[in-house]
Each structure stands twice: as C-alpha cells, then as structure tokens.
Ligand binder design. Sequence first.
Ligand code: XMP
Length: 305
Amino acid sequence: MDPKQFIEEAVAEIKKEVGDKQVLGAVSGGIDSTVAAILTYRAIHGQLSLVFLDDGLMRDRDRKDVENIFSSLSIPVEIKGVSERFFQELKGAIHHDEKRKVFQKVFYETLGEIAKTKGASLLLHGTILTDVEEVERGIKRQHNPNIDPKEFGFQGKLEPLITLRKDGVREVAKALGLREDFIYRKPFPGPGFLVRMLGELTPEKAEILRKASPIVEGVFKFLKPFQVFPVIIGQATGIRNDKPFYGYVLGVRCVKSIDARTAQTVEADWNTLNTINSCILREIPEVIQVCYCLTDKPPATIEFE
Ligand code: XMP
C-alpha cells in the first residue's frame, strides 16, 4: 500500500459517501479513531463534528493525547464530560456481560443525542479489518463491528479504515505527520477501566486506576510489554497507621504478545515487583495490597471483564 495514495483515495471516497450530510465521530486518543477523524476532516471539514466522551473510565493521557494532537492540527474536538451519567447508569451492574452491555448502550445513546443537536446522520468509526476479524473470531468481545448505528438514530456509518490492518493505519498515520510515540502507542480498550475493575463500577475505583495507570506503565516500561496495566481485584483487610484498614487489592497485569490472540506474562524481576509494590502503596493510600498477575492467555484473557 502506498499511504499517500491511500489518503487521496480515502478523502475522495469520504467526500462521495458523505455528500451534503453531517458526520459525528468520537475520538478516544487511539490511533484508529484519530486517523479516521483526520482523513474525514480533510474530506469534509465543517461537516464533521468530533467529540471525546470523558466517561470517567479513561486514563488522563487519553484525553491529553486527543487535546494535543487535534489542537496541533487545528481540528476542533469537543470534550464532553459524561462520567456522572455513565456511573449512574452502571450502578448496580456486577456481571461483566451486563456491564459491557450497559456501557455500549449508554455510549451510543449519548452519541445519538449529540448527533441530533448537530444534525449529524452518519457515525464515523475507526474500525479496521483486524477488528472485524477479531470480533468474528471472538477475540474482542465488544467493538465497532457489533454496533448498528440505526439503533441510535443514525442513518449509517462511515468506516474509512475498514480495509487496513494496524500496520497500514500506522503507515497512514506516518504519512499524515503524526508523532512516532503516538503511532506506536499501546492498545487501550474502548470501555477503558470498565474491563479492569471487578464488581460494581465506582468513581473511587476509577480514580485509583487513573492514578495507578501511569505508575505501572512507567515502572514496567523498560520491559517493553505489549500491555501493562492495573486492575482492581477486590478489597481486603490490612493495617494502616496501627489501625485496621479495609483497602483495595490492586492487580498488576504485564504481558507480551504479538496480536493479543495469546499472551504471556512478563517475567518481571523481584526488584521491579518490589518497586511497583512500594510506589503504589505510597502514592495511593486506598490500596492495601498489590498482586502480580501470573496467568498467560489462555486460559486467562488479557483484560479481566
Ligand atoms: P482480551 O481481554 O480479550 O483482550 O484478551 C484482547 C485485546 O483486546 C483488547 N480489548 C478490547 N479492546 N474494546 C477494545 O477496544 C474492548 O471491549 C476490548 N476488550 C479487550 C485488550 O486490551 C487486548 O489488547
């Protein structure tokens, strides 16, 4: 694939497909939604509205990446604070299937409502060929290919990257002039902390994961993992300041993998494990115990929910 030619053809195709309609796209800070948004903006400028749904389940860096990249390209993105709505709707949901189902419904209902205010009838998705294949094979349980935009008030969807795999998207991103560190960003799941939090979702648990994510990513960076992240496993009794304390148990998952179909736990050395233990306990007083997750995929999955 010649990325410059792909960009030219994609821009022409988007123009043709959109005509005089309005389009709404949600950007997440990931490379696929970012590249899809930039190509679409090149094609139709003001007919595209972009939003970042700040649902309370993303890391700080996801929002920062969105703000930095799009402001450097002078492409407007609205940040929509919708976390209260998400936590409210997810209240009481414990089972992982239910949590994912409610999340998906609230996410697309929110987009449908925003689309109405913009007069947008098309939903922009950064779906790539790998997503379609992974959903078919059951590797990814929740992804764009599962969404019927008509259920949420749209006439249809626009998927300019549907013929590409990740390496193709990276080439296009390079040709668009995006930063190298962004292009090789590690995957972060769409439902964010939802898949890294056992039991009910609460703002307190999300805040712990928001604080723990950069710590864990920083300490394990030198091991060049495929993914490394914290996960809230549960709660346990402990002792803080000589008093009984009921705190959170934080798991650290660090895996190597080629394509996420299988994954192997990174054999971290004791010094690294001690460092992560003491950093987490020092920086996040709500956590009383840190565990390192040992199990490969299969039989485990990479994420927890
Ligand atoms: P699992 O947990 O199934 O994850 O071993 C395989 C890869 O997919 C990512 N993942 C998701 N990505 N939406 C996404 O966009 C999701 O619902 C989702 N679930 C898992 C996971 O981070 C890993 O890279």
